[in-house]
Design a binder for this molecule. Structure first.
Ligand code: GDP
Ligand code: GDP
Length: 436
């Protein structure tokens, strides 16, 4: 599971600037689950081979003085509860404030690993002014400059030092279970679907004690295929059924998606596809996971609503065009067979072997049919291709002047590869590598 770093601190110390730095770019704010967590932002970061999730608690508007403290306390607590490491951000230019002391007192009692980042410290790393921050009782101040990108690398290193390095993304071995996650907004029917699945006759669930800290993984077998269900909902076994004991958790959803081979994106037919659904879908795509879209509560909508729903899928999720859309009813146990088939097909596509000779031949044919456009003096030359990874499949294309290949042409290549190998339910990445 990706470790989670929370940024806390009073307004204006530079949390958002640091957040942008840690998540590499503004575009990386992939999971701003609007509405659910209005004042917390979630982003993905990577340093070397290590990936992490960052939560920023900025964004609340100071209204009345009591309001600020109350709201800040609420945001801070929620983020700290979800975090593996907390970065307490203070401001080198203003020095220690009363609010810093309040936050420090809370953090000392929270029982989490806390780092003290003294921001805006550009040109001050040796300054005696930093020593003042020892009085917060959080440990050694770590000077950083979010705006100038100084000290960030070692901050992340220290934050992650207790977490194991990510394993090398190994080739998925044949007999390994398919790791499966069900992702979706609150109330779309995740718990109902999971209980329906685990109650299916053709499915053998293996008992596994749930732990309190870690998400549970429920192993089971269906028609000879082993699966491992990754919990997104804070499920706990209660007698024969699983019950969600926690509210919707953004962090659990992000971690489960990152950890899965295949994600079932569950949406609610009675609600239409919402902004939040699109955010979750966007995250699945960025993570490169295989995906099937299950439209739940199909039993509860009439034919007009069904039509409207189909249109809203096309409009809101155009970037998941490759994903199959399956109407189901978790409650009435309808449509589950086709959903299982879609999950299996998506996994098979995501892990398909794409032999180099076939890819290279496809590339030649694609170029013959439609050559990439000349850009000024340069004409991109595509020479050969090989597979660079699975789940998602990556096709690496070698050649010259490939930086002049347009996005439209990349999509064209993607389409040719997809058609040939009949890839469904998985993103496909085309990477261009020029040898000049
Ligand atoms: P937040 O309210 O804690 O999220 O703070 P912001 O990220 O919005 O930053 C508040 C102000 O501090 C902005 O004007 C930033 O440009 C500025 N700032 C952020 N990081 C640095 C830094 O490393 N050095 C300096 N000098 N200013 C910074
Ligand atoms: P979760 O928050 O995503 O885990 O959603 P739940 O599984 O708790 O379901 C939320 C509500 O939707 C409950 O009242 C369920 O009974 C209802 N529900 C779930 N699946 C279906 C379905 O297929 N059809 C109908 N009509 N209602 C459903």
């Amino acid at each position: 599971m990706k470790p989670v770093i929370a940024l806390v601190g009073r307004p204006n110390v530079g949390k958002s600037t640091l957040f942008n730095r840690l998540t590499k770019s503004r575009d990386a704010i992939v999971a701003d689950f609007a509405g659910l967590t209005r004042d917390r932002h979630y982003g993905d970061g990577r340093q070397g081979g290590r990936e992490y999730i960052v939560i920023d608690t900025g964004g609340f508007e100071p209204e009345k003085p009591t309001g600020i403290v109350a709201e800040m306390a609420k945001q801070t607590q929620a983020a700290v509860a979800e975090a593996d490491a907390v970065v307490f951000v203070v401001d080198a230019r203003t020095g220690v404030s009363g609010q810093d002391h309040d936050i420090a007192r809370y953090l000392r009692s929270a029982g989490k690993r806390v780092l003290l980042a003294v921001n805006k410290a550009e040109g001050m790393s040796e300054s005696p002014a930093l020593a003042e921050f020892h009085e917060l009782g959080i440990g050694d101040p770590i000077p950083v400059s979010a705006a100038h990108g100084q000290g960030i690398r070692s901050l992340v290193e220290i934050a992650l030092q207790d977490f194991p390095e990510d394993e090398e993304a190994a080739e998925p071995d044949e007999g390994a279970p398919i790791r499966l996650a069900v992702a979706g907004r609150p109330n779309v029917g995740k718990s109902t679907l999971i209980n329906t699945w685990l109650g299916e006759e053709r499915l053998v669930a293996f008992d596994q004690p749930g732990t309190t800290r870690d998400a549970i993984h429920v192993p089971f077998e269906r028609n000879g295929q082993r699966f491992e269900l990754i919990d997104t909902a804070g499920l706990r076994r209660k007698g024969k059924v699983f019950e969600a004991i926690e509210k919707f958790s953004v962090v659990k959803t992000l971690q489960a998606i990152a950890d899965a081979n295949v994600v079932v994106l569950l949406v609610d037919a009675t609600q239409g596809v919402s902004e939040q659904d699109a955010h979750i879908a966007g995250y699945i795509l960025e993570s490169g996971r295989a995906v099937a879209i299950a439209v739940n509560k199909w039993d509860a909508v009439d034919s007009y609503q069904r039509q409207m729903f189909e249109r809203s899928v096309e409009q809101r999720l155009p970037f998941l065009k490759f994903a199959p859309v399956l109407p189901i009813s978790a409650l009435k146990r309808q449509g589950l067979g086709p959903l299982w088939k879609a999950i299996g097909d998506a996994h098979a596509s995501a892990t398909r072997k794409l032999p180099t000779p076939v890819l290279t031949r496809l590339l030649r044919e694609a170029v013959e049919h439609q050559a990439p456009k000349r850009a000024g003096m340069f004409r991109p030359k595509l020479r050969y291709a090989h597979q660079g990874g699975m789940n998602p499949p990556i096709v690496v294309v070698h050649g010259n002047a490939l930086e002049h290949v347009t996005d439209a042409y990349k999509r064209y290549l993607e389409g040719r590869v997809r058609d040939h190998f009949k890839l469904v339910g998985t993103p496909l990445r085309i990477e261009l590598r020029s040898s000049h």
